[in-house]
Write a protein that binds this ligand. Structure first.
Ligand code: ADP
Ligand code: MG
Length: 382
């Protein structure tokens, strides 16, 4: 494989090159780690990993997106890098893959992406899936797509101290062009649904970022687990509204609200999936609006800027469609699913009604719904 840039940086030639996509979630937020339902799409932007084996046990890694910063360490080095935070994804990937097979030599690794980092489009999942696929292929280790996704998730859980669920890695690995995947994490069932005409996606990055997102995220997970424990359930997936009300006195107000979001959100994933399949487009707006309100009021992961952006989009969708915050929360992106004939009007409305009063201008993306890194390696009935 020829890549002049790689050879210039490292001296040898690329042997393995993998692209893995980022994602946008249509509905089903924070439900994955509660064994619930999600409904994401893979996008045509993500992260590429190129690598070549070395003859020693040295790892040399460069990220184009961090000013071509070059970091070197020895294979088996498990120290957390506080200075070059991004390198921990590479260290974590090597550690997780070493649990599955022996790695006999070092690597030169080049990383570059074309999606925004930390914007709720899961650049960390595209990076970890690309790393897992590239390194495992170079080891002649054949990983099933789900196993690869779990390995990528384990990097974030075990080395980055992020208690994220499996959704981002699963869709980055298994996404299908033109389709959203309904994934049920209770028994890992995947059901694709074509995004039908005349619908299209609009993704708007508020460019608002909040600190402490990681700790807030982990806190939500603990609250969900506490609520399930109090209700004597293995996870919130087994809960329903009746049971929740029965236990209301024994749950803290926060635990009650967190659980109510998860229960209602699982239900909304089913509803949106069924309505898209059946062509009941008039219900889309209602499901997406209810999801946003639930994230704002019950899960408390929205912020005023995002609420305003969602409202501007919702009020300017005149025929069919809806909008909600997407991703982990506390800033990031808004997704709308709408009639493509209305797209330009809504974009203009954002420029007129949201941008002038915003501290930071939003970015509008034109993502295509794309294949995941492993899409060609598995068969699914569509
Ligand atoms: P998100 O997944 O929503 O983009 P995260 O904070 O989970 O946000 O992940 C972003 C982090 O992933 C970056 O700060 C960086 O450490 C790492 N990362 C993502 N893409 C790259 C890249 N191209 N090069 C190096 N590190 C990357
Ligand atoms: Mg991430």
């Amino acid at each position: 494989m020829k890549n002049k840039k790689f050879t210039k940086l490292f001296g040898n030639s690329v042997t393995t090159k993998v692209f893995a996509p980022g994602r946008v979630n249509l509905i089903g937020e924070h439900t994955d780690y509660n064994n619930g339902l999600v409904f994401p799409v893979a996008i045509d932007k993500g992260t590429t990993v190129e690598l070549a084996k070395r003859t020693d046990h040295h790892i040399k890694v460069i990220s184009k997106d961090f000013n071509y910063e070059q970091v070197e360490f020895e294979l088996g080095d498990t120290t957390y890098d506080h200075h070059n935070f991004w390198v921990n994804y590479v260290k974590g990937a090597l550690l997780e893959l070493q649990k599955l097979a022996t790695i006999n030599q070092g690597y030169n690794i080049f990383i570059y992406g074309n999606q925004p980092l930390g914007a709720g489009l899961s650049s960390s999942a595209s990076l970890t899936v690309a790393l897992v696929k590239a390194i495992s292929e170079s080891m002649d280790l054949k990983l099933e797509p789900v196993k690869a996704a779990e390995c990528a998730q384990a990097i974030e859980n075990n080395f980055l101290n992020c208690s994220c669920g499996l959704m981002d890695h699963a869709i980055s690995a298994m996404g299908l062009r033109g389709h959203a995947l309904k994934i049920d994490f209770d028994h890992f069932a995947v059901e694709p649904c074509v995004i039908p005409e005349p619908l299209t996606l609009l993704v708007v990055n508020s460019n608002v970022k909040r600190t402490l997102v990681g700790s807030e995220y982990n806190q939500r997970r603990i609250e969900c687990e506490m609520a399930a424990q109090t209700m004597q359930l293995p996870s919130l997936r087994q809960a329903n509204m009746d049971l929740l009300c029965e236990y209301q006195d024994r749950l803290s107000p926060k635990e009650f609200k967190r659980a109510r979001h998860i229960i209602s959100e699982n239900n909304r994933v089913e509803c949106l999936y069924n309505d898209l399949k059946a062509g009941n487009f008039k219900n889309i707006g209602r499901h997406m609006a209810a999801s946003h309100i639930s994230m704002r009021d019950d899960f408390e992961i929205s912020i005023p800027e995002i609420d305003h952006l969602v409202e501007v989009i919702q009020t300017n969708i005149k025929t069919i469609g809806g909008a909600r915050m997407t991703g982990g929360g506390f800033g990031g992106c808004v997704i709308a699913l709408l009639n493509k004939d209305e797209l330009q009007n809504v974009i203009q409305a954002i420029a007129k009604e949201y941008t002038p009063g915003a501290k930071i201008a939003p970015t509008i993306y034109d993502f295509k719904i794309s294949d995941g890194a492993y899409a060609s390696e598995y068969v699914i009935n569509t």
